[in-house]
Design a protein around this ligand. Structure first.
Ligand code: FES
Ligand code: FE
Length: 419
């Protein structure tokens, strides 16, 4: 770990004005980025993929997270497992394609073969004395909730359970285990990953930038926000009663800056996130019977936000590529038995979020370009409408600071001893 970077980041975070944007190096400096990946990002639970993307035994998907590559697969017992995509022979990547289906994983370099449970099962020409035990793939921690697969790359991940138990009941009625991904949009945004999330966590920019989205949602998405209009409050109450009758959870989960789930209605009588507000898929998810369920907004920092509707779901996944580039992957899901051009039409299904994503990409890229310049200074988040962004940066700064603190103290003690 670069000692100077640790000390500098530690000092900047300690001196940070609360609820102001971060100092420039956190957004643009590649050494800060490496430190952040090591101490923060790869220690978090990260949204990786959907269970329905690997429905059968042996299905696998490759998930690249900055420098790391992970194989996520369905084992013979139906459970999902994940392994570092690094061969135990001499370290080659094993899975080179984005996805596949295999009875065992075979390294392309010298054909070492691994079972789906990660054990090394076959090697060629390694000699009589070679023992395969102890050469299994290195596992990665997996958390699954409501069709979502999360990974944690650290050796000692924090428990996944609080998040799982808080949000599972919102997701289960939509049965995303039995959905299918019908469209994927992968955008490489020329912006630091935190600017992508900061932009997502506020709707200050929505009125000026998102004509399509603002047909459907409001600027204020926290039902407890005093700025929620009386009309929207009345709508929340009415829909809340409807959803209570259907046994669908809708109230905002409590008390965490890192994650939340809430079910919110659309405005203007809209049923779905389509241009005309009609369902994007006529076959509803799971066994749902009402198309009028608003959307479950699922957030898990640092890398995903989601809309789970009655007729379809849209998942968003953010992976940093380097300090100044971020991969934003959006997937649209419908019921696995829905038929294209009968139940849904892809251009219609994806129109609102395709346009919105591109608008957000431009905003984040412009933000990044401005921050790179010498005039950039940290600026204040609005108490009125940027609470989500403020909370994200507050959470990020606290998490990173708590990882930096012991290292900075260690370096400082070592310096005292040397002196
Ligand atoms: Fe994989 Fe040699 S590096 S078999
Ligand atoms: Fe936006």
């Amino acid at each position: 770990m670069n000692q100077d970077i640790v000390n500098r980041a530690h000092q900047l975070l300690k001196a940070r004005k609360p609820d102001w944007s971060l100092e420039q190096p956190f957004y643009v400096d590649s050494d800060f980025f490496d430190m952040e990946m090591e101490l923060f990002f790869t220690r978090q639970w990260l949204f990786a993929a959907m269970t329905c993307e690997i429905p059968a035994t042996g299905d696998w998907i490759r998930v690249d997270i900055a420098r790391e590559s992970v194989i996520v697969l369905r084992k013979k017992d139906g459970q999902i497992a994940a392994y570092h995509n690094t061969c135990r022979h001499r370290g080659s990547r094993i899975c080179l394609a984005e996805r596949g289906r295999s009875n065992r994983l075979v390294c392309p370099y010298h054909q070492w073969s691994y079972e789906l449970d990660g054990q090394l099962s076959r090697t060629r020409l390694m000699g009589e004395a070679f023992e395969k035990d102890g050469f299994g793939l290195v596992p990665v921690a997996v958390g699954v909730v409501g069709g979502y697969i999360f990974l944690n790359l650290s050796q000692k991940p924090p428990s996944f359970e609080p998040f799982r138990t808080a949000v599972e009941s919102y997701l289960l009625p939509h049965d995303l285990d039995n959905a299918k991904v019908v469209h994927t949009q992968a955008l490489v945004e020329k912006a630091n990953w935190k600017l992508v999330i900061e932009n997502n966590r506020e709707c200050y920019h929505c009125a000026g930038s998102h004509p399509e989205l603002m047909h459907i949602i409001t600027e204020f998405d926290d039902p407890n926000d005093p700025k929620v209009s009386p009309d929207y409050k009345a709508l929340l109450e009415k829909k809340g009663l409807d959803w209570d009758a259907l046994g669908l959870p809708h109230v905002h989960t409590e008390g965490h800056l890192q994650y939340r789930a809430v079910r919110l209605p659309f405005t203007g009588g809209m049923l779905s996130m389509t241009m005309d507000g009609h369902p994007g898929c006529t076959k509803l998810l799971g066994n749902l019977t009402s198309p009028d369920l608003g959307s479950v907004r699922l957030l898990h920092l640092p890398n995903t936000w989601n809309h789970v509707l009655a007729d379809h779901a849209v998942t968003f996944r953010v992976f940093p590529l380097n300090a100044e580039e971020t991969l934003v992957t959006t997937k649209w899901l419908v019921h696995k038995d829905a038929v294209e051009d009968v139940d849904y039409h892809i251009p219609r299904l994806i129109e609102v979020w395709s346009k919105t994503n591109d608008q957000d990409r431009q905003l984040a890229e412009n933000n990044h370009l401005g921050i790179r310049g010498r005039a950039y200074r940290s600026g204040p988040y609005s108490d009125v409408i940027e609470g989500g962004t403020r909370d994200f940066v507050r959470w990020y700064a606290d998490e990173l600071l708590s990882a930096l603190e012991p290292l900075a103290n260690h370096y400082s003690n070592a310096k005292d001893h040397a002196a």
